[in-house]
Design a protein around this ligand. Structure first.
Ligand SMILES: [Zn+2]
Length: 446
């Protein structure tokens, strides 16, 4: 007989497996399996998901009776939701309502799907990086986005950090599935790989290899996960727009960027055009999870949506060597010694979308746009204050904990991915303003 505490979970598993029970697996085996997981301390919900996946059934994400919802599933006005989330960012804020001072906490929650801002009316004993199980949160819509609220009834419990897939780091690269790879998963050094992608552009170039004239067909291919440069050392008669399935390709690194390479030893076949998104769709792809950037070797053009978690030291006005563009320290270039240098402006920051965090650099043009001042204006301000910290201070105040949609290129080295931002737009304007608006609404403050 099932133990009282396993019975409801076993019932759920049996219900979800439907006709498979009795054919592929029997109830007794399921009960034993569930029991084993629980004995090892695996939480029942996780055990249920593992067992269902093993039998080829996608676990239901939410259902009646208090199952978990992911942040990606949340709508703008939910009365009672249960979450399993990581604290991506948390801070305290004092606000005044009805003449009374009140301390609230605001920040960012993340799970394997995305991040969302939250406000807690109850003081939480949690810190950045904690994974929490939340029972009875509610949501409100703010500027078109669902915002999570922890009211007086909410229950928050710190749980094992492993219950959420850990954000990948450069030291622990993501394991890849067997079989065909997606473009975002390609890494230099890969060989004998299989990939399906659309030829986005192609041109033939004459080159000399070991004294012999040869032709290489180069361009860009892409799929629903990204784009990559390619070189074909054999005339496959490739045409722009067609979708090809390549077997036996390899990936080389060239100036920090990956190149998909194939030749006469590779096999190539054309496949139905609708196997892969259209060129326009690939060009205007929505944000990819930051964790994807840890799978591959960098991307030429990718969009992410993430919280600017932290403005890093080294942001602001810098001087670069006119010979090699390295940032000068005390007027010295590591390579060229004392040089005059040329002024530059940048923001270094950490972006986090809940699935992972990456280092990012915002160019001079983008920094000017995001902070609303030109480099010349910043230079004048720095002189006036006799400090170049003015930019970093302003960036911290204006950008920290805001959500941006960022487009740019990604380079990957031994320290992990580095996002070089080319475009950025604010998605979520201001958490404090959102919290104050909500409080005003709740307490009837005009
Ligand atoms: Zn130099």
């Amino acid at each position: 007989m099932p133990q009282p505490q396993t019975a409801p979970h076993l019932e759920e598993i049996v219900r979800a497996l439907g006709e498979k029970v009795g054919r592929e697996v029997n109830v007794h085996e399921l009960e034993e399996e569930l029991g084993r997981y629980l004995e090892y301390g695996v939480p029942p919900e996780q055990a249920r998901s593992i067992i269902l996946r093993k039998h080829g059934v996608t676990p239901p994400k939410s259902g009646p009776g208090g199952s978990r919802k992911t942040l990606g599933e949340l709508q703008g006005s939910e009365g009672f939701v249960n979450l399993l989330v990581r604290i991506v960012h948390i801070g305290t804020k004092e606000i005044t309502a009805r003449g009374e001072k009140r301390t609230i906490q605001t920040g960012i929650l993340g799970d394997e799907t995305r991040t969302r801002p939250f406000t807690s009316w109850k003081t939480l004993d949690v810190e950045k990086g904690d994974v929490i199980k939340v029972t009875g949160a509610y949501t409100k819509e703010y500027q078109g986005e669902a915002q999570v609220n922890f009211g007086d009834r909410v229950q928050v419990e710190k749980v094992d950090k492993d219950l959420l897939p850990p954000p990948p780091t450069a030291a622990t690269p993501v394991e890849r599935p067997e079989g065909p790879l997606r473009v975002s998963e390609l890494r230099p050094g890969d060989s004998g790989i299989e990939v399906t992608a659309r030829i986005l552009n192609i041109s033939a170039k004459p080159v000399t290899v070991q004294g012999q004239p040869k032709t290489v067909w180069s361009g860009t291919v892409g799929d629903g996960t990204g784009k990559i440069a390619f070189n074909a050392w054999h005339d496959f008669g490739l045409q722009e727009g067609e979708v090809v399935h390549v077997k036996g390709a390899y990936v080389k690194a060239f100036r920090g960027a990956a190149q998909l390479t194939f030749d006469e030893r590779s096999s190539l076949e054309r496949v139905a055009p609708d196997t892969v998104p259209t060129a326009t769709e690939i060009d205007h792809q929505g944000p990819v999870p930051l964790s994807v950037l840890y799978h591959g070797a960098g991307q030429a053009d990718v969009t992410v949506e993430a919280t600017l978690l932290e403005v890093r030291p080294g942001s602001g006005l810098v001087k670069r060597c006119t010979n090699c563009k390295r940032v000068l320290r005390n007027g010295m270039c590591g390579e060229h010694g004392k040089v005059e240098g040329r002024l530059d402006l940048r923001i270094k920051a950490i972006l986090d979308d809940g699935t992972a965090a990456v280092n990012a650099i915002f160019s001079k043009e983008l920094t000017e746009q995001m902070l609303g001042k030109t480099m010349a204006e910043w230079e004048a301000l720095a002189k006036e204050h006799m400090s170049t910290d003015v930019v970093e201070a302003e960036a911290k105040t204006r950008l920290t904990a805001r959500v941006f949609r960022v487009r740019g290129a990604v380079l990957v080295d031994e320290y992990g991915p580095m996002f070089l931002a080319k475009e950025a737009a604010v998605v979520q304007r201001d958490l404090t303003a959102a919290a104050e608006a909500l409080l005003a609404e709740l307490e009837g403050v005009a």
